[in-house]
Design a protein around this ligand. Structure first.
Ligand code: AMP
Ligand code: MG
Length: 350
């Protein structure tokens, strides 16, 4: 299959092109498209055959359910059995945006889309290209991140092409993603809402809106005995090919510890990399030094993380040390992804 890579301007969207993309979905094909979080690999959410194709194109285990994307709140009631009041409140505050809600599914949604579950994950993205494309596609687009399963999610079209060229019909190139990390997932099927994956809508924002919110405890620690509630969170994820290790502690201690570890790795003949911040990058000695951004600017760090992890792969870096980030606000999502990418390898600088 030839993958058509087509650029699309947010300010001046080509309606013919969007219609062509929408028709591919309606005919059971696959189209990757930009959203404000990461690129999505889209197929018709109501067509079981499309869901099967998505799993195959990504190499994704079929028990890892897909998020269904809509472009109109009114469409929600068609794919869920019931809309609780909390869902209405959250939608009012955070949709369109980087928040996915888990609700009970309606009968029209095939089990292939939900990985065999009777619940469904739904998001209304804010990206205008995504919205226009979803409407042309019939309103219900199942889309996981548009990467090969296990790799860091793509935040630009080039990274999608690298992974999925020849496996999908079309790639809509809308430039770089604004947020760069996947959506927050919140489960509304239990009495208390539970965050299953931290993301752009932070725990603090959800607490302020709902008063009471839990977080799936398996996200915060390396607990291999309890499976996480979002099936996808149990898989190794977001990982670069090299070995990534996180170093925690005060800034000076961390820089000094990482430099010691880097020189050890270099003396063993390994190609080394480091993820630092604007405050520290000048202090490191490694083959590849990446600046995740200013420590005070969590949004910048979130936006940069996945492209940095992929650049290490391009450069053949074998051992990577990263500074830790404070797990508050958007930092909670950054640390969650970094911990998964590192397979929870964390050491103290002391
Ligand atoms: P991705 O599409 O790559 O952003 O991954 C989607 C995430 O949503 C995975 O971690 C899934 O396990 C999770 N997810 C999708 N549907 C459900 C559901 N019904 N219940 C819990 N988690 C879900
Ligand atoms: Mg993913």
């Amino acid at each position: 299959m030839d993958t058509k890579w087509l650029k699309i301007e947010k300010e001046n969207m080509d309606s013919r092109l969007l219609k062509e993309a929408g028709n591919i979905i309606k005919a059971g094909g696959l189209v990757a498209f930009p959203t404000e979080t990461v690129y999505g690999l889209g197929g018709d959410a109501l067509n079981p055959e499309s869901a099967r194709k998505i799993y195959e194109a990504k190499g994704r285990p079929a028990d890892n359910p897909l998020i269904v994307h809509i472009a109109d709140f009114a469409d929600l009631e068609r794919i869920v059995s019931y809309i609780p009041e909390t869902a209405r409140i959250l939608a009012e505050c955070f949709w369109p945006g980087p928040m996915t809600m888990i609700l009970n599914k309606a009968d029209c949604v095939p089990y292939e889309t939900t990985g065999g579950l009777s619940t469904i994950a739904v998001r209304y993205p804010a990206d205008r290209i995504a919205q226009a494309f979803i409407k042309e596609a019939g309103g219900f687009v199942a889309a996981p991140s548009a990467n090969t399963s296990g790799k860091p999610s793509p935040t630009n079209a080039g990274r999608v092409y690298e992974d999925l060229s020849g496996r999908i019909d079309m790639l809509l190139d809308g430039g770089d993603c604004e947020i760069g990390l996947e959506s927050t997932i919140i489960d509304l099927t239990e009495d208390t809402p539970v965050i299953l994956r931290p993301g752009g809508i932070t725990m603090e924002m959800l607490m302020e809106t709902l008063g009471c919110v839990d977080i799936d405890q398996t996200l915060l620690k390396d607990d291999l005995t309890t499976p996480p509630k979002a099936p996808g969170m149990k898989y190794r994820h977001y990982a670069p090919k090299g070995q990534l290790i996180i170093v925690e502690g005060g800034q000076e201690e961390v820089v000094s510890k990482i430099n010691t570890l880097l020189s050890q790795a270099a003396s063993e003949g390994k190609r080394t990399g480091v993820i630092g911040t604007t405050e520290t990058v000048a202090l490191y000695h490694a083959d590849s030094i990446k600046n995740a951004g200013d420590r005070k600017d969590e949004e910048e760090i979130a936006r940069n993380l996945y492209s940095i992890l992929r650049e290490f792969d391009d450069e053949g870096v074998e051992v990577i040390y990263s500074e830790a980030f404070e797990a508050k606000g958007l930092g909670q999502a950054v640390m969650n992804r970094l911990l998964k990418a590192a397979g929870h390898r964390v050491i103290s600088a002391k």
